[in-house]
Design a protein. Sequence first.
Length: 445
Amino acid sequence: MASALTEKLTRLVKEMRGQARITEANVQDMLREVRMALLEADVALPVVRDFIARVKEKALGQEVLGSLKPGQALVGIVNKELAATMGKGVADINLAAQPPAVILMAGLQGAGKTTTTAKLAKHLIEKRRKKVLTVSGDVYRPAAIEQLKTVTHQAGAEWFPSSPDQKPRDIATAALDYARKHYFDVLLVDTAGRLAIDEVLMQEIQDLHAVLKPVETLFVVDAMQGQDAVNTARAFKEALPLTGIVLTKLDGDSRGGAALSVRQVTGAPIKFAGISEKIDGLEVFDAERHAGRILGMGDIVALVEQVSAGVDMEAAQKLAAKVKSGDGFDLNDFLGQLQQMKQMGGLSSLMDKLPTELTAKAGQVDMDRAERDIRRKEGIICSMTPQERRKPELIKATRKKRIAAGAGVQVQEVNRLLKEFEQMQGMMKKMKGGGLMKLMKRMGG
Ligand code: GDP
């Protein structure tokens, strides 16, 4: 979709060359393309209509300055308007409250509330150095309470027990009381979701809101819901004063239109995006970058950004420091590198973004296979114990067998991975910390 639109717009921009003004006639053609692109990106129809009307109003009769061509000016207006609709830059989580700052999670069942609660706990612990407590108000699904317990512990936060025979209000009061007494900075409250909007559910979460007086009420929504996201968002906005949105499963949705729809309908900023089911698969949402992605403009720019975002400078610095201090490079670092490769949006999506002359050559490389290979390697490392990852020399025959069984591969594959790791380790040893940083910087642009 992206490249087709870019092509169409480029053609229109060319046709419009030489015209000093953006006129009703030439604007019409371009807006038709933009409209199609938005619909193809799964933006809801009423949102598209509004958007096009605003762009038209801004564009018509606007003088085109300097060397800027009318077509390019219109593309600029569309981009700016998209970014404005989506919100400016990044919106951080608000914790400005008498501790504990309460964060209430709202959304349909399956939206990713529980997963996001744990991801957010990890984010607040690691990035904001907070002491975090979680609690589940989902008294309908005992499994949901257990799930929250498991993921909370993975996140390194504390979990407050609740059970299906309690009332959500009572759970909330007890958790709040415990958080106060034990000096927690943040209390994250996971709530029950239903498969569809219903009155009882809405009443319940409104009650919880009244008891908890949260500083953040986050609406968690599945990006893959596309058009339906609008109705869900509207219902939640009517029931609750939403302060932010978390868009989950963005990794499964290349179109990204839900972001625009949900943002427009709720008026609340999108604060985070879920980009994998893993506990660290949460990203602070960057509105402007996402706006560009929806219309597929500046694919090459996106590629450059993607590569620099993929190389996590913080992780690179940690790694460099480790190499310097002689701690060495272990299998955790190796896993980190594999994950960074995946974070770059997957190899094949990266290839999609390159100009065709380049990809034609690379066509001989089987990208799907390369990606599968990364996933298998990840699977193998994930089947090791933390101790084995830190000290790979512990991995002898019996351990290899256990790891292979856990990952569902042959022992030879475990051997191959260990060999590859050793080669990488050798390279890392040769490179002094400074050299590595330079290399990472060069990759990051
Ligand atoms: P809840 O019912 O709203 O609490 O939803 P869950 O947290 O149980 O999530 C439902 C499913 O979506 C689970 O299988 C999660 O692993 C998955 N999930 C949640 N967020 C993401 C995400 O950002 N990316 C991907 N790929 N999966 C996600």
